[in-house]
Design a protein around this ligand. Sequence first.
Ligand SMILES: [Zn+2]
Ligand SMILES: [Zn+2]
Length: 463
Amino acid sequence: MLLPLLVFAFAQVESAQESFSGEQLESHRVEVSSYLFTAPGPFRSVGFWWEGDLEGAEVALFGVNGELSPWWPVELAHDLNLDDGGLAGSSQVSALVHGRVAQQTGLLLRLAPGQLVQQFSILWISTLPAIQPGTSLASTAKPAVFDRASWGANPAVCNPTFCTTTHVAMHHTASASEYTSQSWAECAANVKASQVYHMVTRGWCDIGYNYLICPHGDIFEGRGGGDDVRGAHDGYNCGSMGVSMMGYFHSPYNQILNAAMQDAFVDLAAWKCDQQNIDPLGSSWYAGFGGVKENLYGHRDVSATACPGDLAYAELPQLRQRVEQKIQGGGMEIILDNHLASFTGVWNTGSSSVDKYGADYRWASSGTATARALWNPMITQAGNYQIALWWPQGSNRNPSTQVGLLLNGQLFTITVNQQLQGGQWNVLGTVALPASANTTIGLTNQGALGWVVMADALRLVLQ
Ligand SMILES: [Zn+2]
Ligand SMILES: [Zn+2]
């Protein structure tokens, strides 16, 4: 097997792009099956694209110690639609792959014999700026959104344009490695890499999507400019808010649109539908498209693409119903993950439990100096709310974890067994709550020594 070793040096810090021609990866049907590309320095994400065949191409990443990642089949990214600035999509094959941290040194590309590849280009995305979680609070209005500053967005290179939003489009990013991210910081870095990829490969103004939702259910602001800014996501764009689910919800990866992602999509769509009087169950004129479309649609409804993938697309009917319920107030729900709680005493952050809600959870030792995790939901509509808690279970959990509700100065308590019923919403009861920001719900580490208590997520559903 011939293995051409290609080494390049680039001056740019954040990303480096090179196109290959001539004797390297020429416009021809390949005869060798593997190509090794060595980056100018350690990188975290790599984008690449070419004209020609997809066939059975696969990629793997080399780490700094020479270790090779698993092979990923190359699948088409679909983010090749026209933006206000820059070029229409033309590359037939494009993909974006992320490593876990910025310590990859090379890309190994395996092509099928006889595969047609021409104008092969590669983009190394390396240094990412410091990123900080945003601080916006959840409410029944706009859900918590991590803004552009939180993921270190580059400024757009042209002025935003605006269209009144009449539709919400669901996409997937078609990047399977985004779904396996293990922390908020990894997801934020993936959003940043997508922006670099969109701006460099296509010469777009900015990242294409209006919002992105990570596998932990965190919502990231995409295209800059604010409400109703025109994105670049389905080829028509004007009037449609493009929301991209970070992962690959289609063959061959078949990743699952999990509960946290679905909840976040409902919250985001309900906010926009309520704001613009959009009927989530109806259809209307989509100006950019020039025709009537369902108000909440999948990318494949307007373009020849698999996006958002069979497994995400199949969820749209029930998601439309949930958005409608949320707008009507019936079933209106408020979900507060642990990063929206306030903590007193000693708490640790954990992420290894697979049945967690969102990216991580906090835990504290029981029976030691008092530690509390407290949520203050913003109740904008008085009513009877069903209250539920989510925790990751385990044999070391406190079987008598104390949960409290502080309402009008009165404390109500209940105990829950956190050794069982992990990875689901556990209903604690239903209480009448006033429209107020002063309701406090939380849990403490009080009780016997030797256990841990878990603070993960709180849900209130209006009955
Ligand atoms: Zn799409
Ligand atoms: Zn995430």
